[in-house]
Each structure stands twice: as C-alpha cells, then as structure tokens.
Design a protein around this ligand. Structure first.
Ligand code: AMP
Length: 287
C-alpha cells in the first residue's frame, strides 16, 4: 500500500510503524513531475531497503526571484500513481507552511563547493537545497538517500553537508538517465517544444565531443571546453557556463587535465534553463 502524506504527524506515525517492524528506510527527495530519471532513483531505493519514502516538494527556498518557481510543473496525481506502481511506501507532499512555519529562521550553508558553477548563477540556491534536505532527513530519518548525478554539484553539496553535520545517512549518487537521443531527462524538458528539444541536443553533442577527444588523448582544458561549448553556442540562446573542473573539489582546471575531470554545462533556450555534465573518461553518453 502506498500512502500519500501531507503533514508531519502522519509522516511520523507511518515511519514509527515501519521502524517497529524493523524496516530499513530509503529516501528519494524530488520536486515532482516525476520521470524515469526519478524512478531510477526509486528503483535503487527499493533495491537497498524495504521501505521507500519519496518526497514531492517544490521548495520555494531554492528558487531565485526571477526563476521558474510559480510555473514549475506540479503533477502530484500522476507522481503518486507512478510511485504506487513501483511499491513506494510513502509519498510525502508537504505544503510550504509545513516545511517553513511562520518564523522559520535557520538555514544550512555549505561553504566552498557552492561558490562555483550553479552557485554563481543561482545565488542562495544551495542554501535552499541544503536546508530542505537537512529538514527532510530529520523528518524521515532514512538510512540511505538517493540522488542523481544529473545535479552533480547538488550531490557533492549534500554529501558534504551530511558528513559535516554528522547526519547518519548514507548518500548515494546514481547515473543520469537519458532519452534515446541522449537528452538528460528533466522535469523542465516539459517546457520545450519539439523544435527546442532538438536544439537542446546541442548539450549532448558538446559533451560527447569532449568525451571523444578525451578518449583520444586530448588533455588540454581550453580545447576540451571549446569542443563542448561550440555546438551549445550555436543552438542555445544563452550560456551560463561550460566549465571544466575537478570532479571532487569542483576547482577550475587550467592547462592539462587528469582523471576525475568534470565538464558541467548550464544554458538557456528561451526561459528554459537546462543543466548537464559528464565525468570525462568515466560516463558514456550514448545516443
Ligand atoms: P528534482 O525533482 O529535479 O529536484 O530531482 C530530484 C532528484 O532526481 C535529484 O537527485 C536529481 O538529481 C534526480 N534526477 C533528476 N533528473 C535525473 C535524471 N535524468 N537522471 C537521474 N537522476 C535525475
């Protein structure tokens, strides 16, 4: 049976019963508009636990004033159906007042890792993400929490927060799920017309060009970035960044790159902002 829960009292009750029954709890935080990328995380959660909680919460704290909070797709009914079909135990869909009651004043900041990439272009974004995830971890108390590498920097931020706050949660990162074309699945793809979807593939073209060059021995950071950037520049309306960084520290790389090299991209088609990334020599984007 899958329970749809909106308030914390009902959540606590359902979780207490699961704990009494000796269940191991795994947690998948989402903002809803669930797709096969999210469901791959749910499948992993099912594999490692016997009680899966999925949260669906469009977190106002992680959106900037000019971002897409109000138009973000909200599809709770079909999200619930998808979770039910996969044997999720609880779908936790709180409203903003439940998560941030009047007078809420405490936030979580992860220094350093959040100063680059998304952190530069979305000020306050990771404060919102870290705060909501810390609160959800506290409410749910999972053994394991599953995140996607699609949001690569987010995964590192959450891992660091969990370690630094000594939260007893094993944070697991899963590979990016893509359409057959290579386009990374994203709730924001719903904003794209068919024509724009085709334009969006320039990210895949760019990342694959860099991957191919890296496999063929190219190690020059500037040339690798240029290869990734060129097709995106042609197809997208604007680019926030195409950067090459160390995959663990996220420090910018110059000159010759080694192993553990990440290329991360954020670019816009109209108002729609897409992100993607690849660890060179490790991930394969097939199309
Ligand atoms: P979101 O609902 O966009 O906040 O994403 C919730 C979780 O799903 C995050 O951990 C994302 O990294 C993950 N996710 C989103 N898209 C994908 C994808 N295409 N493949 C794998 N994980 C994903």
């Amino acid at each position: 049976m899958t329970e749809l829960v909106h308030d914390t009292a009902a959540l606590s009750m359902a979780l207490a019963a699961a704990r009494r029954a000796g269940k191991r709890i795994a947690f998948v935080p989402t903002m809803g508009a669930l797709h096969d990328g999210h469901f791959a995380l749910v499948d992993e959660a099912k594999r490692v636990s016997d009680f899966v909680v999925v949260s669906v919460f469009v977190n106002p704290l992680q959106f900037g004033p000019n971002e897409d909070f109000s138009r973000y797709p909200r599809t709770l009914e079909s999200d619930f159906a998808g979770c039910k079909a996969r044997g999720v135990a609880i779908v936790f869909a709180p409203d903003a007042d439940t998560m941030y009651p009047e007078g809420h004043a405490t936030t979580v900041d992860v220094a350093g890792l959040t100063d680059v990439l998304e952190g530069v272009h979305r000020p306050g974004h990771f404060r919102g993400v870290a705060t909501v995830v810390a609160k959800l971890f506290a409410m749910i108390g999972p053994c394991t929490a599953i995140f996607g590498r699609k949001d690569y920097q987010q995964l590192l931020v959450i891992k660091r927060m969990t370690r630094d706050l000594s939260l007893p949660v094993d944070v697991v990162g899963m590979p990016t799920i893509r359409e057959p074309s290579g386009l990374a699945l994203s709730s924001r793809n719903r904003y794209l017309s068919d024509f724009d979807r085709a334009r969006a593939l320039a990210i895949v073209t760019g990342l694959r060009a860099a991957q191919r060059a890296f496999s063929a021995g190219e190690r020059d950071a500037t040339r690798l970035v240029r290869l990734a950037r060129e097709p995106i520049e042609k197809s997208f309306d604007s680019i926030d960044y195409v950067e090459i960084v160390h995959a663990d520290s996220l420090h910018a790389l110059r000159g010759s790159v080694g192993e553990r090299t990440l290329i991360a991209v954020a670019a816009k088609i109209g108002q729609t902002r897409l992100i993607d990334n690849t660890v060179l020599g490790e991930d394969k984007i097939t199309a």
